[in-house]
Design a protein around this ligand. Structure first.
Ligand SMILES: C[S@@+](CC[C@H](N)C(=O)[O-])C[C@H]1O[C@@H](n2cnc3c(N)ncnc32)[C@H](O)[C@@H]1O
Length: 462
């Protein structure tokens, strides 16, 4: 069969590929199709064609795989939030482990690395402590709404449909966050609709309402509501804060981030605390944390404790070591390890995260953690220290190539590398593998129903 662009084909999905897409192999030619699972027979239209592979768009599910579950969420076939709800959780974990092993092999050329079974998340729904909903003046319609002329299309608040940057599904219920979040979302939607102010339009860059970010504290069962707007309009947002806080005693903080930046980011150029605290209080193990609206904090609080327990095990500290934590966020790893080391440096680029880290160390009475602000590649040469143990927890893009060289030059005996992206994990491990043995990798599932997987790798100097 010769696969041609824009034509539709009946294909059998035989595997799950990189990025969570279904893989069909008509006559050995690879076709990747989103939202399909092994065992499905589908009609797919080819939307991209390269020499050795193609990408198809699911048109119709002809025969459902026996592995397919009913997704719990009504939007799960359309929304970009979680695409794997139809796959049983045990099987998701198998695929995630394989994804790590195959990335190491295919991208890093690293074979025979010990990859343990994935540590599961205890909660597979309502596990996210942070959700960010976009406001759009262009609403994406669900199939059952297409024929309904009464449906209003000029406002939606929810999650993006993959492949469309300016359209959102008007989400009325998201299973990834605790239930009260859905009630707050409904009230914010109603308020915005009644406000008479338009949602921001990503093409024209006009409109007021941009995002609603909700943060939940698992330890205290409290919420932060952060409304992101294009400009300052105190009367309106104050009114929203009053409506919400009157109804929900669980809301501990209402923030307003204001940004006219044209990119779709929720980080405000200006931040105003409208009600309560300018942070939310959370607990990891025995440590307390204050988290600002824009600071990074692991999104699955309980799974994060399991992740850090692994970091702690691999770091194998005796109390005498000097430790460096690169990409330290709000200081959670240094604080977690503080009782086990002599001194810990955390390095982080986001000002508010460094401020939170220092505050959090003080809050917990910790005196052996120091936090430095700046780009790792600039801070490391200035700091000019030789750590005994190095923790590295970079963003999805992995380590900058200069940082890799700096790490090799420092040459710590032990490195614990935490990664949220198996591809860059494989690339970075390969870059240091001449000097380091990769002893073991422990995947930890922080994101059920998505193909994302967190991994902790233990590296020992050769
Ligand atoms: C995956 S998070 C890890 C945070 C922390 N270790 C934790 O577990 O919560 C990555 C962090 O790296 C920071 N970051 C990204 N690029 C950076 C850079 N070039 N220099 C320093 N920090 C950076 C981000 O702001 C973010 O806080």
């Amino acid at each position: 069969m010769t696969i041609k662009k824009r034509k539709a084909y009946e294909l059998e999905i035989i595997d799950l590929a990189f990025g969570g897409k279904g893989l069909a192999k008509p006559d050995g030619f690879s076709v990747f199709i989103d939202r399909c699972i092994p065992g499905d027979v589908v009609l797919a239209k080819i939307i991209k064609k390269k020499k050795s592979w193609a990408e198809g768009k699911l048109i119709k599910l002809i025969k459902a795989s026996p592995l397919r579950n009913e997704g719990r969420c009504q939007y799960c076939n359309f929304c970009g939030g979680c695409k794997w709800q139809q796959i049983g959780y045990d099987r998701q974990l198998e695929y995630k482990k394989r994804h790590v092993t195959e990335s190491l092999d295919h991208i890093g050329g690293l074979k025979d690395i010990r990859v343990n079974d994935v540590i599961p998340s205890d909660h597979i729904y309502e596990y996210r402590n942070k959700m960010e909903f976009s406001c759009s003046s262009k609403r994406w319609l669900m199939p059952e709404e297409l024929e309904n002329e009464d449906v209003k299309k000029d406002f939606g608040i929810g999650l993006h449909v993959p492949g469309t940057f300016d359209q959102v599904i008007d989400i009325h219920h998201c299973d990834l966050m605790p239930e009260l979040g859905n009630e707050i979302l409904a009230d914010v939607r109603a308020f915005i609709k009644a406000s008479g102010l338009p949602a921001y339009h990503l093409r024209t860059h006009e409109g007021f309402w941009r995002f609603l970010m909700l943060r939940h504290s698992v330890a205290h069962d409290t919420w932060m509501v952060n409304v992101v707007t294009q400009s300052q309009h105190m009367e309106v947002v104050q009114q929203l804060a009053a409506v919400l806080t009157e109804k929900y005693p669980q809301i501990a903080s209402v923030m307003n981030n204001i940004t006219d930046a044209k990119s779709g980011v929720s980080l405000g150029k200006q931040e105003i605390c409208l009600w309560g605290d300018d942070h939310i209080n959370e607990q990891l193990g025995k440590f307390a944390f204050k988290i600002s609206a824009n600071s990074f904090f692991q999104t699955n609080t309980r799974a994060c404790e399991k992740l850090y327990a692994k970091v702690s095990e691999y770091a194998a500290l005796t109390g005498r070591e000097m430790v460096m934590d690169l990409y330290s966020g709000t200081g959670t790893i240094p604080i977690w390890l503080s009782g086990q080391a002599r001194m810990i440096y955390g390095i982080e680029i986001v000002t508010s995260a460094v401020r939170d880290a220092r505050l959090n160390a003080r809050l917990n009475g910790i005196e052996n953690c120091e936090f430095l602000e700046g780009d790792i590649k600039d801070v490391l040469p200035r700091l000019n220290q030789q750590p005994d143990v190095l923790i590295i927890d970079p963003p999805r893009v992995g380590m900058h190539k200069d940082v890799v060289q700096q790490v090799l030059a420092m040459g710590p005996e032990r490195i614990v590398y935490v990664s949220c992206n198996p591809s860059t994990l494989a690339r970075d491990l390969e870059l240091v593998s001449r000097d380091y043995d990769i002893k073991e990798i422990q995947p930890v599932d922080m994101f059920p129903h998505t193909y994302h997987i967190e991994s902790v790798a233990l590296l020992l100097k050769k």
